[in-house]
Design a protein around this ligand. Structure first.
Ligand code: F6P
Length: 327
C-alpha cells in the first residue's frame, strides 16, 4: 500500500452514538499499524477551529470499545459553516501537517466534510455515526443497533406495567425526521401500532385499531411514535385519542436520550471496528470525499454528494408486517 498520507486526524461530530469509540479505536490502531501519526480532534469541527488536537498512542484508546458516547466528545458547530470557520479549520490541519481526516457523524457532518475536501487539500473519509439510521448508502449506521435494542428493552418494561393495569401507552422514540428506530423497536416490542414520519398518520384508523384491541380483551396496548411523526408527537396523539376513547387509562412515555447512550451492542462494536480500519486504508489508497457504508454485509464507498442528496427510504413491507401481527 503506498500513498502520500502521513498524518491522520479523527473527529466525532453531531449527535454521539454508541460504537463511535470502537471506530476511533480502530482508526488509531490501524494508523499506528501502518506507521502513520494519528491525532484525535476534540469536540468535532469546533476542535478543528480551536486547534484542539491530541496525538494518540496505542493506549489512548485502551478500554473504550465497550463504552457509549465518544472519548473525543462532539459538537454541532455553527462556526464551521462559515467561510472563515472552515478556512481556520483547514489552516490548523495544515499547520499540524495533517493530510487525511476521518469524520464520524451524520449527514450534517458530511456536508461539512464534503466542502472541506472540495475546497482544500485535505482527504476526508466519513464513517456514518448516528442512532437515526437515516443515511443513504448504508444498511446500518453506528449506534442504530444499540438504540433499537435500548428502545426495545424500554418497551418491554413498559409492557409489564401496562399489562398489570390494563393501560394504553404512547411511547415516543427518537429518530429526528426518520422512522427507523420506531419501526424496528415497535415490531420487536409487539406494538399494536407504529407511527412514522414516512407515512401520513390517520388518527381515526389508529382509534379503530385501539378499539379493536380492547374488544379482543388485550390487557395492554402500546403505540410507538417516532418523534418526527406528522401528528405532533406522543402527547398530542394521546390527547386526540383520549377525546375519542373513553373508559381507558392512557399514559405517555418519552424515551429521550437514554436511546443515545449505553454500551454498544456487538453489531455496533464490530461495525465501528470494520469501518475504522476501512477508513484508514481508504486514505492510504488515495480515496477522498466518500462515506463508508455497509451494504449486504460488505463495506462500500459512497460519494458524500450521493449520501447527502439521496433520501433513505423506510421498508414499507415491515410496516405492513407490523399491522398484520398486531390486528
Ligand atoms: O440525530 C440523533 C438525535 O438523537 C435525534 O434522534 C434527535 O432528534 C436529536 O439527535 C436530538 O439532538 P440533541 O441531543 O441535540 O437534543
Amino acid at each position: 500500500m503506498s500513498s502520500k498520507i502521513s498524518k491522520i486526524a479523527v473527529l466525532t461530530s453531531g449527535g454521539d452514538s454508541p460504537g463511535m469509540n470502537a471506530a476511533i479505536r480502530a482508526v488509531v490502531r490501524t494508523s499506528l499499524h501502518y506507521k502513520l501519526q494519528v491525532y484525535g480532534v476534540n469536540r468535532g469541527y469546533e476542535g478543528l477551529i480551536d486547534n484542539d488536537f491530541t496525538q494518540m498512542a496505542y493506549h489512548s484508546v485502551s478500554n473504550i470499545i465497550q463504552r457509549g458516547g465518544t472519548i473525543l466528545r462532539s459538537s454541532r458547530s455553527e462556526k464551521f459553516r462559515t467561510v472563515e470557520g472552515m478556512q481556520t479549520a483547514f489552516d490548523n490541519l495544515a499547520k499540524n501537517e495533517i493530510n487525511g481526516l476521518v469524520v464520524i457523524g451524520g449527514d450534517g457532518s458530511f456536508k461539512g466534510a464534503k466542502e472541506l475536501s472540495e475546497k482544500f487539500a485535505i482527504n476526508c473519509i466519513g464513517i456514518p455515526g448516528t442512532i437515526d439510521n437515516d443515511l443513504y448508502g448504508t444498511d446500518y449506521t453506528l449506534g442504530y443497533d444499540t438504540a433499537i435494542n435500548t428502545a426495545m428493552h424500554a418497551i418491554d418494561n413498559i409492557r409489564d406495567t401496562a399489562a398489570a393495569h390494563d393501560r394504553l401507552f404512547f411511547i415516543e422514540v427518537m429518530g429526528r425526521d426518520a422512522g427507523f428506530i420506531a419501526l424496528r423497536s415497535g415490531i420487536a416490542g409487539g406494538a399494536e401500532a407504529i407511527l412514522v414520519p414516512e407515512m401520513k398518520t390517520n388518527l381515526d384508523q389508529l382509534t379503530s385499531t385501539i378499539e379493536a384491541g380492547w374488544k379482543k380483551k388485550k390487557q395492554s396496548m402500546i403505540v410507538v411514535i417516532a418523534e418526527g411523526d406528522d401528528a405532533g408527537g406522543a402527547f398530542k396523539v394521546a390527547e386526540s385519542v383520549k377525546k375519542k376513547i373513553k373508559n381507558c387509562e392512557i399514559k405517555v412515555s418519552i424515551l429521550g436520550h437514554i436511546q443515545r447512550g449505553g454500551s454498544p451492542t456487538c453489531l455496533d462494536r464490530v461495525l465501528g471496528s470494520r469501518m475504522g480500519v476501512a477508513a484508514v486504508e481508504a486514505l492510504l489508497n488515495g480515496d477522498k470525499n466518500v462515506m463508508l457504508g455497509l451494504e449486504h454485509r460488505s463495506i462500500v464507498h459512497i460519494p458524500f454528494s450521493k449520501a447527502i442528496k439521496h433520501h433513505k427510504v423506510i421498508n414499507k413491507n415491515l410496516l405492513e408486517l407490523s399491522e398484520i401481527l398486531s390486528t
